[in-house]
Design a protein. Structure first.
Length: 116
């Protein structure tokens, strides 16, 4: 089993920045805790969970249109870490942010309220 744990959330003002982290731990038959694809999802109040950004083992990235140019996803395979650098945050970025690993592994989420 793979466990994912997010950190770095918290209240931030509009225009501010925040960096989320996710650490993968546990054991899996392949020994590959990070897997080929990892991603960040978010779920705003009253809305469905949506993909924010994804990254493959070879660092190919994709972004939702709403965050393109403001957010940067990265991973450190040696440290089993996934990151999301969020810049120029907007109130509409307010959500619970979840770390995801391919094959259906989810973290518990970290809250990011964006408000003045």
């Amino acid at each position: 089993q793979v466990q994912l744990a997010e950190s770095g959330g918290g209240l931030v003002q509009p225009g501010g920045s925040l960096r989320l982290s996710c650490v993968a731990s546990g054991t899996i038959f392949s020994g590959d805790l990070m897997g080929n694809m990892m991603a960040w999802y978010r779920q705003a109040p009253g809305k469905e969970r949506e993909l924010v950004a994804s990254i493959t083992r070879t660092a190919t990235t994709t972004y939702a249109d709403a965050v393109q140019g403001r957010f940067v996803i990265s991973r450190d395979n040696a440290k089993n870490m996934l990151y999301l650098q969020m810049n120029n945050l907007k109130p509409e970025d307010t959500a619970i942010y979840y770390c995801y690993r391919s094959q259906g592994y989810w973290g518990q989420g970290t809250q990011v309220p964006v408000s003045s």
